[in-house]
Design a protein around this ligand. Structure first.
Ligand SMILES: NC(=O)c1ccc[n+]([C@@H]2O[C@H](COP(=O)([O-])OP(=O)(O)OC[C@H]3O[C@@H](n4cnc5c(N)ncnc54)[C@H](OP(=O)(O)O)[C@@H]3O)[C@@H](O)[C@H]2O)c1
Length: 329
């Protein structure tokens, strides 16, 4: 297979981990908010990703209430290759995103963080978590003891190697304070052709402080995969019914159409690879973590690795396609 062995690695900030520049986003395989993939298909997709050089998987305790972690644990346990696993502690109050004014004692009490990590370890059938992230972040919590002491406890007990936060949707600057504490290793942030806002302040701070960056939702939940049409129907119970509700599919079709035209593409078939290469073109990004429940998506995305940054002329076009909106609301 010509594409095997092409995957490039990058250093994940001060963790020192050499992670594949394309990681695996394991939200979709949890099977609750994304409906459609069978476990058999999901396992095949994760296995294929590892075969193609992916060595970093991002999951979360909340994805399918532990189901995503269980599937990831199964694949990683059976793999002969070293695969780094990142997971997340859900806020105790189950509020996404973290609302202003709500105290850390409601979201991340110290003992709760520790218990949540222990539950993830069980689901993953691992002795140690490579990267534990808080699944939301509120800058009002920066000076609080809860997260600092929980991280210390987990590190001392040898249960977690490194720590990060997954930043609230479209609020990249909300992590600048915690980055400055020097106490986290990574951030996870929405970064794609439509939301380029992390470039302003977050990425320079990450480069300055050697913080690893996980670029999440690189395909805008499928919009930048060119997969959304005005008549697209999602399965009942799938979160995309909310994300792409009302006239949003129409808006997406117009935006993606303009993108395809400006880039001089015949159709949207090359868009996923371009969207992923857009993320990889920024030097602050350590790994891009597309969701890919199908082998076809895995193979398409793996091919985007190792091609270097997009040409300046293409990046200049893409700059004009930033789109300031929040479909998670
Ligand atoms: N708050 C948080 O911390 C948070 C929130 C959201 C996401 N995340 C993380 O970020 C990851 C990525 O985000 P996401 O999964 O929500 O969205 P995404 O990566 O932007 O998009 C996923 C969608 O794109 C499709 N796709 C992927 N590669 C493709 C290709 N080459 N060609 C055509 N279609 C392709 C997938 O299809 P198939 O699945 O059908 O193959 C799926 O429908 C998540 O899995 C999760 O790990 C974290």
């Amino acid at each position: 297979m010509p594409i095997i062995g092409r995957m490039k690695n990058r250093r994940l900030g001060k963790t020192g981990f050499e992670v594949s520049e394309i990681g695996y986003g394991a939200w979709g395989i949890g099977g609750t908010m994304w409906i459609g993939a069978s476990d058999k298909e999901s396992l095949a997709a994760v296995n294929r990703a590892i075969e193609l050089g992916v060595n970093f998987i991002d999951t979360a305790l909340v994805y399918g209430n532990g189901h995503s972690e269980e599937l990831v644990g199964r694949v990683v346990g059976e793999s002969t290759r070293k695969v780094r696993v990142a997971t997340k502690v859900p806020p105790k109050n189950r509020l996404w995103p973290a609302p202003p004014g709500v105290g850390i004692e409601e979201a991340f009490p110290r003992d709760y963080i520790v218990r949540s990590a222990e539950e993830s370890l069980k689901n993953l059938r691992l002795d140690v978590i490579d990267l534990l992230q808080l699944h939301v972040w509120n800058p009002e919590w920066t000076s609080r003891e809860e997260w600092r002491r929980a991280f210390e406890d987990l590190k001392t007990q040898g249960k977690v190697v490194s720590f990060g936060v997954s930043i609230n949707n479209h609020q990249p600057d909300s992590a600048l304070g915690i980055i400055d504490t020097g106490l986290i290793d990574t951030v996870q942030v929405i970064y794609n052709i439509f939301d380029q806002s992390p470039e302003r302040n977050l990425f320079p701070a990450c480069i300055r402080r050697n913080i690893g960056v996980l670029a999440r939702v690189p395909l805008d939940e499928g919009a930048l995969a060119g997969r959304i049409h005005e008549d697209t129907v999602f399965p009942e119970g799938d979160f995309r019914n909310f994300y792409f509700r009302g006239d949003r599919k129409k808006q997406v079709v117009e935006r993606v159409g303009a993108l395809v035209r400006d880039l001089g593409l015949e159709d949207a078939s090359h868009l996923p690879a371009i969207a992923i290469r857009f993320c990889l073109s920024h030097p602050a990004v350590s790994t891009v973590i597309p969701g890919m429940r199908s082998i076809g998506s895995v193979e398409g995305n793996a091919m985007a690795s190792g091609q270097g940054p997009l040409p300046a002329s293409a990046l200049e076009i893409l700059r004009r396609h930033a789109w300031d909106r929040d479909f998670y609301k």
